[in-house]
Design a protein around this ligand. Sequence first.
Ligand code: ADP
Ligand code: 5GP
Length: 210
Amino acid sequence: MPDTCDQATLRFGVPLIICAPSGTGKTTLVQRLRQEFPNFAYSVSCTTRAPRGQEVDGKDYHFLSVEEFLRRRDAGAFAEWANVHGNYYGTPLGPVLDTLKAGRDLLFDIDVQGAAQLHLSLPRGVYVFLLPPSMSELERRLRGRGTDEEASIARRLANADAEIRQAHWFDAWIVNDDLDAAYDHLRAVYLAATLNPAHRPALALSILEG
Ligand code: ADP
Ligand code: 5GP
């Protein structure tokens, strides 16, 4: 993926990719992050799954038919895509490039396979993997949430095992045991990334040259 830069601010947006096994607390932590940093842009994915509850087309997801998803995939419209729990999901490439080029930080909520693909084309992103404190606590949270049936809980736990085994390459592991502590760590990883010279390539020279 080509790096692009806003000439006015000479700042690339920071791509922040957050992955977690279902039930770990990703939604809870991401909500907090977006509340504290309202300027974060959010990468709205395409999916072939049906809308749930209050989900809004174009805001939570772009809901597509399988035919339309595959057409866009084959036309190269996705930065990454994956089949998750039997449905297709993909990150539209155009908005990612436009947002980063405008110097705006961008949050991705994608699965581990998608993150691994994105890492190849967007290596300067910050890749965070959230871990549950234990598998028994993960099971407790999935049950406590009250949104999943027994078969779905068993499938999510099996997927969690596989995802955690694939998570060795991430930039940061954050254990979501105490919520406030996990949030402090997530915030710290994000703020540290905003200071990375890769996101502000012209800063030092602009200071030297006045
Ligand atoms: P995910 O988006 O990863 O599937 P959620 O944010 O929906 O997970 O959280 C799953 C459940 O666990 C929710 O009921 C949430 O309130 C609860 N939860 C999240 N973080 C913690 C935590 N640190 N300690 C206890 N419960 C938590
Ligand atoms: P849900 O259907 O519960 O919203 O999401 C199911 C899973 O799909 C979650 O792990 C979520 O992170 C992942 N997901 C959402 N959008 C994308 C995407 O664009 N690409 C990939 N690879 N995974 C996604």
